[in-house]
Write a protein that binds this ligand. Sequence first.
Ligand SMILES: C[S@@+](CC[C@H](N)C(=O)[O-])C[C@H]1O[C@@H](n2cnc3c(N)ncnc32)[C@H](O)[C@@H]1O
Length: 212
Amino acid sequence: MEKQEIRTFGRRHGKKLSARKQLLLDTVLPVFLPKNIKNTGNLILEIGFGNGEHVRDLAIRSPESVIIGAEPFMNGVAALLSAITSESDNQILPEYKNIRIWPDDVRKLLHDSNYTFSEIWVLHPDPWPKARHEKRRLLNADFLKLLSEHLDKDGQIIIGTDHWEYFDWITAEVKKTSLYASFPPLSVIHTRYQNKNMAETDAPKYMILTNQ
Ligand SMILES: C[S@@+](CC[C@H](N)C(=O)[O-])C[C@H]1O[C@@H](n2cnc3c(N)ncnc32)[C@H](O)[C@@H]1O
């Protein structure tokens, strides 16, 4: 990262992993790191993928694209690896060969690479609802500007959250940037976090941001 940035996520490690998941982290994760991707094809980024349900959905819906998922919570990384490899021999399932995993803060990846994306997804970013934690919110104007620099010409940033106060806060941050916002109804698969519905709202709200 360019400078010491405020941490936007909680734990990096949760409960002890099963032997299989630990093995996947040690031996299979290195194969999935987003090294040396030729930026000639279509790249899609998902930030904070949790357990990776939506990364898998993207991989199947966009087989011609490379999907990079970023997530610093290693139990989530292990859960995704477990779901995209065969239990019998830990080989990557064919439908998920287009996934790459960045097991760390996405800001490090963005600062250190020239990748540009057709789509950048952020589903249910941590809302940090207490006022004293507001500075931990990832989707502030500086971060949105960084994302805008990594968009393809017609690229889109798609943000969804069931935390409506955070949604309004993000909308105000967008106004400090040159991004354009639209608020279409979207049909997106339910992630684990959405199913928990911690905010107890009726439904997630979505926004799409573009450079033009
Ligand atoms: C509330 S969870 C939602 C997970 C998932 N998108 C879902 O809907 O189930 C937010 C996730 O964002 C991740 N996160 C927070 N800050 C991040 C950052 N700077 N880079 C990448 N991921 C981040 C957290 O580790 C956490 O897993």
